[in-house]
Design a binder for this molecule. Structure first.
Ligand code: ADP
Ligand code: MG
Length: 310
């Protein structure tokens, strides 16, 4: 093989805007580069513009201006290749209730002109645990089953990118675990995953990189670990040897509260103090420390701070 150039990103979005008929500006200049091979989380409060962005990539919504490239293919100049490079599970569940799951996948394969010998409808149904429903009517499936069928449908043409828009909204915990297991497996096989979710814990656990959008703009786009490190507030719970009569005070404390008679909850900013200083201050107030529990800041802290500021 000859030297190959650096691979183009999985998705590249530049100055993307969308004004809906009626005047709602849903996207106000989105810029995003989603690298290949990752699990990328697109987060943002309701109405932020996540689905609009994804539906533009899917060809379901026409953009107002800007460009989008999928696997290097411009969605305007090369729509067929762009479309073939991506599989999308939309937020809204829509499909023909009179087809069986097997037929649904076969129809989709036909739509993408996947040759018979390369179809793998049963394999996909097995992967999403719907094998035994292969010949049931789609309308008899539960919500969670329909969602999984849509994931299989999105993978029919073996795209290198799979996008899931709020895939676990309304899906129970067990199904969620199954869905994420499948998504992880696809990612291990090399599929780039993009998902939107409201469950921050899930994004934190699953995603390599996270973009947060609000009011149609990108407020941040970083590796998950860096994003979490941005949270400055840390909390330490200190259990002491006697009932606390007077709350200790110290410049290193941001906030101090009593959780119960002998437990203090102290918040401090990690750029201004460290746990050692906080604990020393407690001891200096005459209390002996019996136990200490710390809580690290999580994505929720960062998310709330960023979206509140924007
Ligand atoms: P999210 O998926 O982040 O919740 P959406 O992309 O669905 O956000 O919506 C972004 C904004 O665009 C919202 O204010 C929403 O009400 C508006 N919007 C979405 N779809 C339409 C539409 N078809 N017509 C008019 N406004 C829309
Ligand atoms: Mg949405």
């Amino acid at each position: 093989m000859t030297d190959s150039p650096a691979p183009v990103p999985a998705i590249e979005i530049t100055d993307l805007t969308k004004v809906y008929a009626g005047g709602k500006r849903a996207l106000d200049g989105i810029n995003l580069t989603i690298p290949r091979g990752q699990i990328y989380g697109l987060l943002g409060p309701n109405g932020a513009g996540k689905s609009t962005t994804i539906n533009i990539l899917a060809g379901l919504v026409n953009k107002t201006s800007g460009t989008a490239r999928i696997w290097g293919f411009d969605i305007d100049q090369n729509p067929r290749n762009a479309k073939n490079s991506i599989g999308i599970v939309p937020q809204e569940i829509v499909f023909d209730p009179f087809f069986t799951p097997f037929e649904t996948l076969e129809n989709q394969a036909g739509y993408y002109a996947v040759p018979k010998e390369r179809r793998r409808s049963m394999e996909l149904l097995r992967a999403v645990h719907l094998e035994d429903k292969a010949n049931a009517y789609a309308r008899t499936l539960s919500g969670g089953m329909k969602r999984r069928l849509l994931v299989a449908k999105a993978m029919v043409h073996s795209p290198p990118i799979l996008v899931l828009d709020e895939p676990t909204a309304g899906v129970d915990v067990q199904l969620r675990q199954q869905l994420w297991a499948y998504v992880r497996e696809l990612n291990h096989q090399g599929v780039t995953i993009v998902l939107t979710t409201h469950y921050l814990e899930e994004a934190e656990e699953l995603c390599d990189r996270i973009g947060i959008i609000n009011h149609g703009r990108v407020i941040t786009d970083k590796p998950t670990r860096e994003l979490i490190a941005m949270a400055q507030e840390k909390v330490v719970q200190v259990t002491v040897d006697r009932d606390v009569a007077v709350l200790p005070a110290d410049p290193s404390f941001e906030k101090v509260e009593l959780a119960d008679e002998r437990t203090l909850t102290i918040t401090y900013l990690k750029n201004r103090a460290n746990a050692g200083q906080v604990l020393n201050a407690v001891q200096a107030s005459g209390l002996s420390i019996v136990d200490v529990v710390t809580r690290d800041p999580d994505l929720e802290d960062v998310f709330l701070n960023l979206t509140a500021a924007a």
